[in-house]
Write a protein that binds this ligand. Structure first.
Ligand SMILES: [Ca+2]
Ligand SMILES: [Ca+2]
Length: 302
């Protein structure tokens, strides 16, 4: 109840002063230096100009069918009009299983439920250090969780360090439910030493976005050097992380959409992600639209 009242008060104050979220630390506004791309060479990119996913660059994650509160299916991933589009919607009939002979822990039979997708560059492209940027419009629905992130197998190695591998979340979006009070934001963080009790992480928290990330294009980037990760929104630095020591091993890229929840059933979760209405409405399918992914390497390491 107190939270509801607080939100109303903030909404009113927001109308008077739109800069309020930054002032109250409700979100971090970009500040600091712009990225200087002259320090880099463009070494890998996908502009999504074809009419299908470039499988020389990406793989569908077909061996994971069930993911959190929904399912991943390759048919939810499309390339059209110069964009990668990962769609998300409820399917009252299970989508077809193209790999029926594959049995894995995360690969139960498809059922009716919420469907979306993920792609990654594992075994096809990995890079150590540089600048990595995505230009995207985020899926506009409570309960949706889109992300641009980086991983390697060292992330699972528990040794008290992130140098063997760190999950770098350039952005994660699960705050659509909060947008009513002006908190259009993403979160940024890093994780290392696996995902069990030894897991360690650091975060920049919520990053406030001045325009509408659900209808307007923004770029989300990370500069990764031997000492720290430097995060950029629309080419302007907003924060740095280096907990655990920076990964010293190449990492692959992931673009994903998920539904908060577990065992294929959607629900709100510990991150505060809201719950999707069980009945799809005219807003469905929602789309995670990606204009490009570009990877740059330093001409000279800083
Ligand atoms: Ca480690
Ligand atoms: Ca494009």
């Amino acid at each position: 109840m107190f939270k509801s009242i607080l939100r109303v008060i903030i909404a009113v104050l927001m109308a008077i002063n739109p800069a309020l979220p930054g002032m109250l630390s409700l979100g971090r506004l970009p500040k600091g230096q712009p990225i200087d791309l002259d320090r880099f060479d463009l070494v890998w990119q996908d502009e999504f100009e074809g009419d299908s996913l470039d499988l020389d660059k990406w793989s569908y994650e077909w061996w994971v069918t069930e993911r959190k509160g929904g399912y991943w299916h390759q048919d939810m991933v499309n390339v059209r009009d110069g964009e990668l589009v990962i769609s998300a919607e409820y399917k009252s009939e299970p989508m077809p299983n193209y790999y029926p002979n594959y049995v894995g822990v995360h690969c139960p039979e498809y059922k009716a439920g919420w469907y979306t997708g993920e792609i990654w560059t594992r075994d096809k492209y990995e890079q150590k250090y540089g600048y990595f940027e995505v230009r995207a419009i985020l899926p506009a629905a409570t309960g949706m969780w889109s992300a641009f992130w980086m991983m390697n197998e060292g992330v699972f190695n528990v040794d008290g360090s992130g140098q063997d591998g760190t999950e770098v979340d350039v952005f994660e979006s699960f705050s659509y439910k909060d947008r009513g009070w002006g908190n259009d934001c993403v979160t940024t963080g890093i994780h290392y030493d696996g995902y069990g009790p030894e897991e360690k992480s650091a975060s920049l928290g919520k990053v406030f976005i001045e325009n509408d990330p659900y209808t307007e294009w923004n770029t989300y980037g990370v500069e990764w050097n031997p000492d720290e990760y430097i995060f950029y929104l629309n080419g302007v630095e907003y924060g740095r992380l280096s907990a655990g020591g920076v990964s010293q091993n190449p990492e692959y890229l992931l673009l994903s959409c998920e539904f908060a929840g577990e065992n294929g059933v959607q629900s709100s979760d510990r991150h505060g992600t809201g719950e999707i209405s069980k009945t799809p409405d005219s807003n469905w399918p929602v789309e995670f639209r990606v204009d490009y992914v570009r990877c740059y390497q330093y001409k000279q390491l800083p």
